[in-house]
Ligand binder design. Structure first.
Ligand SMILES: Nc1nc2c(c(=O)[nH]1)N[C@H]1C(S)=C(S)[C@@H](COP(=O)(O)OP(=O)(O)OC[C@H]3O[C@@H](n4cnc5c(=O)[nH]c(N)nc54)[C@H](O)[C@@H]3O)O[C@H]1N2
Ligand SMILES: Nc1nc2c(c(=O)[nH]1)N[C@H]1C(S)=C(S)[C@@H](COP(=O)(O)OP(=O)(O)OC[C@H]3O[C@@H](n4cnc5c(=O)[nH]c(N)nc54)[C@H](O)[C@@H]3O)O[C@H]1N2
Ligand SMILES: [Mo]
Length: 764
């Protein structure tokens, strides 16, 4: 066991680099431009860097591989639409550093596992297919053909197709995703776990039950018309920086913005738009008009308090606050909902969420006479035990005012990975609907399996229990992104074979099955030339717009192939009597799109529509106030407030992203906005919680989580005093994923509870 590869970097002995400065008041601006350029030109020459930056998010260029924020339809900057973190994402994937067979011969898998995630990621792009035989210490080169036949042999050796798992991360294009689910289903399983299971699954489940569609209802233009925008459980300045531009415009048009967060995140407070003259001159926009500093996972109490106070206002002036005709015609469950609401007391609710009642009154004043109103959220709502319920409470609030499905109003889960929403649309889902499977059968002539497959958490458990023996990942970094890192590492190690389709080296290559393969792939920004013709792919953004994306850079190796081509070749190797014409798909992606058009609702004439500059919108009935639930109405769902269970000495920890990472890819050690530099193994604490424990800035602590009597510990984290809500703590993901219990999942969505981890600190 002692020589096993490390599932996470352990006990750094040098801690000298941590520097703490004051959190920034203003996001973006000139420092953002400078940082972007440093990252890009640190990884490639000027010509390649300029080419990449100019093509990103331009019509006819490629979709930024960072977040899923939409591009403006009309006025895109001539420089391309990008932000600091988009530029870092490009620097990361367009780097000219390469990992060839030579590199893997020189570095054992064990030695690589001793590096931290930053060091692993910075090694470069994987340049050729690699294979790790059982018991070997080093990856060795393998031909593509042999790699595919090894996978085919392994898959054929299983007792049932349900013993194989096919994970998808969210960068996979629509074309690749469509082919991948088609291959997996023709092979015979619905085991298609994806990063959505850990991300916006709770939003999908909540919204489907409440309004009949698992996606948001707003368009970018709605931001410009909105009178009020609520940003709850999201850090847009870091994770969707281009959203700040939309918020600035909204403010110029008179919108009021309310931010709800346990941390005063920089982008929420102020913003310099680097793409405008004002931004260059350092004139900044204050984004939030009202900041409500909530305790972790007390959003339900706050939402109920707001609803209760709005109800009182409505009683005082009937018909002026609630939209009674919308409630009567379009919703179900109003009376029961109000009866339940009246059980609560606003003072108690305010105390529970840690926000003074006067501040809640201010929020109510902002909202009460407005109906053009949007709510945006992200992981701060979705990764809790009661996530689905809190999101449904957000919908309840919108239903009271009829603020959904009309200009300037609606709900907006801000998606994470750049094509995570598209992958779902294309059928990457472990619980496919019967209707979808029937269409596949009609179009292709094979019978897809109807038994539901495993999601992420179920997959990890299935590997543990020897129910799943082959793990195949289309992108991502499963080991580091999932909860309970040690448990997941054991699960992966039990597999017969693990296969990673990847651009960059990550820890999932280093903690592996008995045999392992790395299949190197073209990235978003790479040119994809097939049959002498440049191919493009398509993606769907957070607002349901589907657009084409075409890489412009020369790939770093002629051994890289595209994700669609990988699926076609894999399918040909595995499926002896396939009824699908994989050769045709591989020749030209138009053939893939022809079949997407036959299967996916709203994608009729896909080839034509996706070629429109700016793309096209997928249909979304809730946008027109047509709610396709069983009752054909939007539903008021009733859920209780969430009791905080905090034992003595405990804190509630959230795991969040720094400004210098994309999920498990660490760009650097600069969490610039929060003023934390040089070190990621930190724990952010409120001054009062530090005083109660006698802790000082930079003290080293071990962090333990206690769940169902089980203790998990990570060692040597440095304390940073931070204006976070009392009784709460924050650490960076993935360093503390080992503390997140595999069994602690959100009700209904099964999303790991990454944001309510009960912890104790022990000074070292
Ligand atoms: N640069 C960059 N961009 C990214 C990513 C990245 O890693 N780097 N990741 C992408 C992905 S996959 C995703 S899903 C998104 C994630 O985007 P975010 O959801 O913004 O990411 P997190 O860092 O998880 O931040 C969660 C926010 O919610 C707050 N929060 C935590 N708990 C609670 C709570 O109980 N209530 C409330 N009201 N707030 C809470 C935290 O303080 C934090 O501000 O970003 C995407 N974009
Ligand atoms: N504690 C904690 N854990 C979390 C979260 C959290 O907030 N807290 N957030 C969760 C969320 S929201 C998400 S979405 C997941 C993310 O989970 P994943 O999507 O699995 O993780 P990433 O870090 O985005 O994956 C990065 C890897 O993807 C590969 N890659 C990059 N680009 C491409 C490409 O174009 N094609 C292919 N084939 N591979 C590529 C690279 O090899 C890179 O190392 O993590 C989840 N885990
Ligand atoms: Mo995500």
């Amino acid at each position: 066991m002692s020589e096993d590869q490390k599932p996470y970097a352990e006990n750094p002995d040098k801690f000298a680099d941590l520097k703490i400065t004051k959190p920034k008041k203003v996001a973006a601006g000139i420092p953002a431009i400078l940082t972007s350029l440093q990252h890009v030109f640190g990884e490639m020459d000027i010509k390649r860097g300029v080419k990449a930056l100019f093509a990103m998010n331009k019509k006819g260029g490629f979709d930024c591989p960072s977040c899923a924020w939409p591009d403006p339809d009309d006025e895109r900057s001539r420089l391309g639409e990008y932000c600091e973190n988009g530029a870092k994402a490009i620097a990361e994937e367009a780097t000219t550093k390469r990992l060839t067979a030579d590199f893997f011969a020189k570095n054992s898998v064990y030695d690589l596992s001793l590096l931290n995630d930053y060091e692993i990621g910075k090694k470069g792009r994987i340049a050729e297919p690699m294979y790790l035989p059982e018991g070997a210490t080093h990856y060795q080169p393998i031909t593509w053909e042999n790699a595919f036949s090894k996978i085919a042999d392994a898959l054929h050796s299983l007792d049932s197709p349900d013993e194989a798992l096919f994970y998808t991360s969210g960068r996979t294009s629509n074309e690749a995703a469509f082919l991948y689910q088609l291959f997996v289903r023709e092979y015979g399983t619905n085991n298609l776990p994806d990063c959505s299971n850990m991300c916006h699954e709770s939003s999908g489940v909540a919204l489907t039950e409440s309004i009949g569609v698992g996606k948001g209802t707003v368009k970018l233009e709605d931001f410009y018309e909105a009178e009020v925008i609520i940003i709850i459980g999201q850090n847009p300045g870091t994770n969707a920086p281009r959203m700040l531009t939309a918020l600035r415009k909204a403010k110029e048009n008179g919108a009021k913005i309310i931010a709800i967060n346990p941390l005063p995140e920089t982008g929420l407070i102020g913003f310099d738009d680097p793409q405008t003259i004002k931004g260059f001159l350092n004139i900044h926009t204050d984004i939030a008009d009202l900041f409500l500093q909530i305790r972790v996972n007390q959003d339900m109490s706050l939402l109920k308090a707001i609803e209760l106070l709005l109800y009182r206002e409505e009683q005082k002036n009937p018909g002026t606050v609630f939209n009674q005709s919308f409630i009567n015609e379009k919703t179900d469950g109003y009376n029961d909902f109000i009866n339940d609401l009246l059980r609560y007391d606003e003072s108690k609710l305010a105390a529970d969420c840690g926000i003074p009642l006067e501040k809640i009154y201010r929020a109510v004043d902002i909202i009460k006479n407005k109906s053009k109103w949007l709510t945006c959220w992200s992981m701060g709502l979705t990764q809790h035990k009661n996530a689905v319920y809190t999101i449904q409470e957000v919908v309840n609030l919108h239903l009271l005012k009829g603020s959904i499905g009309k200009p300037g109003a609606g709900v907006c889960p801000v998606r994470g990975h750049s094509n995570v929403q598209g992958d779902r649309t294309m059928g990457i889902y472990e619980k496919p609907q019967e209707k979808f499977l029937n269409t596949l059968e009609k179009v292709f002539g094979f019978k897809p399996p109807s038994k539901h497959g495993y999601d992420v958490v179920e997959s990890i458990k299935a590997m543990h229990e020897d129910k799943a023996k082959i793990f195949f990942a289309m992108g991502g970094n499963f080991l580091s992104a999932t909860p309970d890192t040690n448990f997941t590492a054991e699960a992966l190690r039990k597999c017969k074979l693990t296969v990673q389709v990847s651009t960059k080296l990550n820890r999932s290559h280093l903690v592996h099955g008995k045999e392992a393969l790395i299949l190197p792939v073209l990235s978003r920004s790479d040119k994809d030339i097939t049959n002498n013709e440049a191919q493009f792919v398509s993606c769907e953004n957070s607002m349901g717009v589907v657009q084409s994306s075409q890489g412009v850079l020369n790939p770093v190796s002629d051994q890289l192939i595209s994700e669609p081509a990988i699926v076609c070749r894999l399918a040909k190797a595995v499926l002896k009597n396939s009824v699908v014409n994989w050769d045709l798909y591989e020749k030209h992606y138009d053939h893939i799109r022809d079949d997407i058009a036959k299967v996916i609702p709203g994608c009729e004439n896909y080839n034509e529509k996706v070629r429109h500059p700016g793309g096209f919108y997928l249909p979304n009935a809730a946008r027109e106030q047509s709610f396709e639930t069983e009752k054909k109405k939007a539903i008021f769902n009733i859920h209780p407030v969430n009791e905080w269970t905090l034992n003595e000495d405990e804190l509630i920890m959230i795991t969040i992203r720094s400004h210098d990472q994309f999920n498990t890819t660490i760009y650097g050690y600069e969490d610039r906005y929060r003023g934390i530099h040089g070190e990621r193994r930190v724990v952010l604490l409120n001054k009062k919680d530090m005083d109660r424990r006698g802790l000082m800035n930079k003290d080293a602590v071990n962090i333990s989580s206690i769940y169902n009597g089980q203790k998990r510990t990570v060692k040597n984290f440095l304390v940073v005093e931070y204006p976070i809500s009392e009784y709460c703590a924050a650490t960076y993901y993935p360093e503390t994923n080992a503390l997140v219990p595999i069994d602690n999942v959100a009700e209904k969505s099964n999303t790991p509870v990454f944001k309510t981890v009960n912890i104790k600190l022990e000074k070292v």
